[in-house]
Design a protein around this ligand. Structure first.
Ligand code: DAH
Length: 356
């Protein structure tokens, strides 16, 4: 082995022994650095003749290339090993199940509420919204239920220790019925000119009121079927020629659609409400399912009392119609087979997730 072969093989083993890029660069300096072995050999050539320089120089160059290619190969090998290590450390197991986000859904009351709006909407009813903190006039007096009227005791509520500008005490509304007055009064104002001037040819000039008003209501009541906060929806249909027959068709169709039961039957049971005369409870009977054959009370209703029509700013000699009020929670309980109302308001996801 000549001196050049020795240098090449010791460079190869020095490079192989280097286990990091820094060690490799140190090893390189021993051979190719300023005072590295090959560099020193080049310097030594100064003393040689021109002929000797040619052959010796060519041989040193060949050795230098061999050392450089060993260096490049080792650099690449170290870089590959480093990348390999990194890939292993950061490896993802794509076969692992992902961490899922909890899936939300609508609350059963919201589902029932949406369904009610949608069904009445399809029958041409507007949807109105009103305040939950109501004054005494709208909640009671305008509905023909003046102070000291015995019917007030049926709806004990929470009073707010404050009066409005007209000295009316505020309370949490006990039902959605005040929306009858609010909506009809606004309607009467809007169409005042048409109310005064009858249309030609005796045709109806009054744009009918057809509205439902769903929302929260409050009473001092709490057990398996009563909650101090609950939900109702009010219905009102007023015109010049609206009758109990319209109420029956409307409400029966609503119930059949809401409960998806075409064989469902309905009955009116005489009752009393200050704001309607005559008044009726509405009972329904399912034709199928676990409750089939039982009469279930689902709403109060009646022909709107003339005093109430007058309090709306309308003429009871001309305008007639009906109203109804029903519990959204009660309808949701019947539709989804829930027997304790409190489940709706406890926020237990084990219960709620069943409605997704
Ligand atoms: N507001 C009544 C209640 O909460 C329900 C009711 C009965 C509403 C008869 C009406 C109606 O509109 O005509 O008990």
């Amino acid at each position: 082995m000549n001196d050049l072969d020795t240098i090449i093989s010791s460079a190869q083993s020095a490079f192989a022994a280097a286990s990091t890029p820094a060690e490799l660069e140190n090893a390189k300096a021993q051979f190719l650095g300023k005072s590295g072995q090959l560099t020193e050999l080049m310097k030594g050539m100064a003393a040689l003749s021109v002929e000797e320089k040619k052959t010796r120089g060519a041989a040193i160059n060949v050795a230098k290339q061999a050392v450089e290619s060993a260096l490049t190969a080792r650099r690449q090998a170290l870089a590959d090993a480093e990348l390999d290590k990194q890939l292993k450390a950061e490896a993802l197991d794509v076969s692992l199940p992902g961490r899922q986000r909890g899936q939300g859904g609508l609350h059963p009351i919201a589902l029932a509420w949406d369904r009610i709006e949608q069904i009445f909407g399809s029958m041409g009813f507007d949807v109105a919204d009103g305040p939950e903190i109501e004054n005494d006039w709208f909640n009671f007096t305008a509905l023909n239920n003046p102070p000291n009227h015995p019917a007030r005791s049926m709806q004990d509520t929470f009073y707010v220790d404050m009066n409005d500008e007209e000295g009316q005490p505020y309370c949490l509304r006990t039902h959605t019925s005040p929306m009858q007055i609010r909506f009809a009064t606004a309607h009467a104002k809007k169409y005042a000119n048409r109310l005064q001037a009858p249309a030609e040819g005796g045709r109806s000039s009054f744009p009918e009121i057809r509205v439902i008003a769903p929302g929260r209501t409050y009473r001092v009541d709490s057990d398996a079927t009563h909650s101090p906060m609950f939900h109702q929806f009010e219905g009102l249909w007023l015109g010049e020629n609206v009758s109990f027959k319209d109420l029956k068709v409307t409400f029966l169709n609503f119930c059949k659609t809401f409960f998806e039961d075409d064989g469902l039957v309905m009955r009116f049971r005489p009752s009393y409400f200050p704001f309607t005369e005559p008044s009726a409870e509405i009972d329904i009977q399912f034709s199928k399912g676990p409750l089939a054959g039982r009469w279930l009370e689902v709403a109060g209703s009646g022909q709107v009392h003339p005093t109430v029509v007058r309090n709306m700013g309308l003429d009871p000699e001309k305008i007639i119609g009906f109203a109804f009020g029903s519990g959204i929670d009660r309808l949701a309980m019947l539709r989804y087979g829930v027997n304790d109302l409190r489940l709706f308001f406890e926020g237990d996801v084990r219960f709620l997730s069943q409605f997704r």
